[in-house]
Design a protein around this ligand. Structure first.
Ligand code: PLP
Length: 303
């Protein structure tokens, strides 16, 4: 189903992807004690000798911060250096996704983060559209997003994804494409692997960090682009009822990019989505290095 890139980074070296394997007793597999990143790259459409990675520095910074929750010191510069070598080694020739991750790699039982070996690894795969750019239908999940009092939400921690998985499967098995999770206060939080935005009266509105969202890098990009385009933005609580009557709703994430929401539960959203379209097109142009003002978001790697 997936085309994996030929080499993985595993146990401090590059090995063929098929050789990067683990024991069934690996600690993180049982306890969700991992943290991961996910970033996209493309061959430079203007220069065949280059690969472009989107916001590499921010992704390395977030992963390094997530690693702190695992009691693992991995400086962003180190992550960046290995990702660059990974891309040079793999020489991808189509749109791809890189998954760098840290996990408790010792064998055996007892949930803990002290006195246990951790490892850093990377694999990659070819990736086109993760969700249909034409738009998706969403179910409001019966599962709530976790709270920071019981879970380090400022990290991208593997264990959190049981909730995303429950919500996504509940949505898909009941005929929807995606799930929207509320937080424990009943306010809109995010989708299973994307942040969420609504548009009302020409303004874009998105839940703030206090609504238990992941610190999405695409979310940050969308907010900056909107600001630069002169579109008013608000980071604030979003009620469920506001979601249902919004002029536009869209999701943002590295895998999904910017994807419009067509329907939420039994409410159909307008098909005219001028702001979503504008932001989506601009974001794609930036990732393809067609926007000189955003060159510092695009990291070129010579291959
Ligand atoms: C739960 C969750 N929220 C939001 C996002 C969007 O984050 P980003 O734009 O950094 O990919 C992701 C994807 O990483 C995610 O897994």
């Amino acid at each position: 189903m997936y085309n994996f890139l030929p080499y993985a980074y595993f146990q401090n070296k590059f090995v063929p992807f098929a050789e990067a394997t683990l024991s069934i007793a690996t600690h993180a597999l049982h306890y969700g004690t991992g943290a991961f990143g996910g970033l996209r790259g493309i061959p430079d459409p203007q220069d065949s000798t280059q690969i472009l990675l989107f916001r590499l520095d921010r992704h390395c910074q977030r992963l390094s911060q997530s690693a702190k929750f695992l009691h693992y010191n991995l400086p962003p510069e180190k992550i960046q250096e290995i990702i660059v070598d990974f891309v040079k080694k793999n020489q991808p020739n189509t749109s791809f996704y890189i998954r760098p991750f840290i996990f408790t790699s010792d064998l055996g039982i007892a949930p803990r983060l002290h006195n246990i070996e951790k490892s850093f690894a990377i694999y990659g795969l070819e990736l086109g559209d993760y969700l249909s750019p034409e738009g998706v239908s969403c179910r409001i999940s019966s599962w709530c997003r976790q709270e920071d009092v019981s879970f380090p939400l400022r990290g991208k921690i593997s264990g959190a994804y049981i909730t995303s998985s429950l919500a996504k499967t509940e949505a898909v098995e009941s005929g929807f494409d995606e799930a929207i999770l509320m937080n424990s206060q009943g306010k809109v939080s995010e989708a299973s692997g994307m942040n969420i935005f609504i548009v009302r009266n020409g303004k874009i509105i998105t839940p703030g960090f206090e609504h238990d969202i992941l610190e999405g890098i695409t979310r940050d990009s969308v907010l900056t682009i909107a600001q630069d385009l002169g579109i008013p933005i608000q980071e604030r609580a979003v009620d469920k009822s506001e979601l249902l009557i919004a002029d536009e709703v869209f999701l943002s994430g590295t895998a999904a990019k910017v994807v419009p929401v067509k329907r939420i539960e039994n409410y159909y959203l307008p098909e005219h989505r001028p702001i979503t379209e504008k932001l989506r097109e601009k974001l794609i142009a930036i990732t393809e290095n067609r926007e000189p003002n955003y060159r510092d978001w695009v990291f070129p790697i010579s291959i």
